[in-house]
Each structure stands twice: as structure tokens, then as C-alpha cells.
Design a protein around this ligand. Structure first.
Ligand SMILES: O=C(CO)COP(=O)(O)O
Length: 137
């Protein structure tokens, strides 16, 4: 599965700790991230991660494009609900695209825990069925 990892600044420690805790599971999947989040997770875990631009510079949009193209199976996005982000429209767009394409997205660590459990027990096999190729239909 292709997994996107994203965290706002005050959630970076949470996603790093989460990635360390679930390194075993994450290492069996293909990982993508926004710039700074990816750097911090890679430094802490040694996991290979394809890194896009930093969120405020377009990283959320780049990941959104992958969601729209059917290339992302799971998005773990540790959002900061207590701080306004300059790129809020990009964040909203990424979440919207996940809803459009039925891509599971966790916006906090609690949901991420549940989805990671799902990854381990085969709950993501539905992705093979719903994954649609790029299409204008
Ligand atoms: O801003 C972000 C998500 O909206 C995350 O970007 P960084 O991982 O580059 O900090």
C-alpha cells in the first residue's frame, strides 16, 4: 500500500513517535510525506520515504494529486486544530480529494491507530477493488 504521512509543526513529535512505534508495519509499505514531516520521520526511523515539498509550499497539493490519480491508499495527517495554517485551502483540498476517492484518511493519532490496525489485519483489501485508474468519466 502507498501511505502518505503528514503532520503540522506542533504534531511532528506525535507522528515521529507513532512512526517509531509502528516502524515494523510501515516498513512493509511504500511511504510518502510532505517535506519536513518526511525528513523528521526518516531521521528518526531510517525508513525510506519519498518526500514532496513542504506543506505550505505545495506538498499537500502534490499528495492530493497522487490521491486523485489513484496512487494513494492511506493518508495519515496529524493536523493541528488549534493553529491557523497559511495554506488552509490546500489542506481542505487534500481532505476533500480523499473523500472524493474513498481514500481512508486519519486526521489525528487516535484514528491513525485504528487504521494502522486495519492495515495489519487485511482491512485494506477493498482498495484493490475501488482503486480506479485515472479517468475523465
Ligand atoms: O504543512 C503541512 C501539512 O499541511 C506539513 O508540511 P511539512 O511536513 O513540510 O511541515
Amino acid at each position: 500500500m502507498n501511505i502518505a504521512l503528514i503532520a503540522h509543526d506542533r504534531k511532528k513529535k506525535e507522528i515521529v513517535d507513532f512512526s517509531i512505534a509502528y516502524k515494523g508495519v510501515l516498513s512493509t509499505h511504500t511511504l510518502f510525506a510532505t517535506g519536513t514531516t518526511g525528513n523528521e520521520i526518516a531521521k528518526a526511523t531510517g525508513l525510506p520515504i519519498t518526500r514532496y515539498l513542504s506543506g505550505p509550499l505545495g506538498g499537500d497539493q502534490q499528495l492530493g494529486a497522487q490521491v486523485a490519480a489513484g496512487n494513494m491508499d492511506l493518508v495519515l495527517f496529524f493536523r493541528d486544530p488549534l493553529q491557523a495554517q497559511p495554506h488552509e485551502p490546500d489542506i481542505t483540498a487534500l481532505i476533500r480529494l480523499c473523500d472524493v476517492h474513498n481514500v481512508p484518511i486519519a486526521t489525528n493519532m487516535g484514528t491513525a491507530e485504528v487504521l494502522i490496525s486495519g492495515l495489519k489485519n487485511g482491512a485494506f483489501s477493498f482498495r484493490k477493488v475501488v482503486k480506479s485508474p485515472e479517468s475523465n468519466d
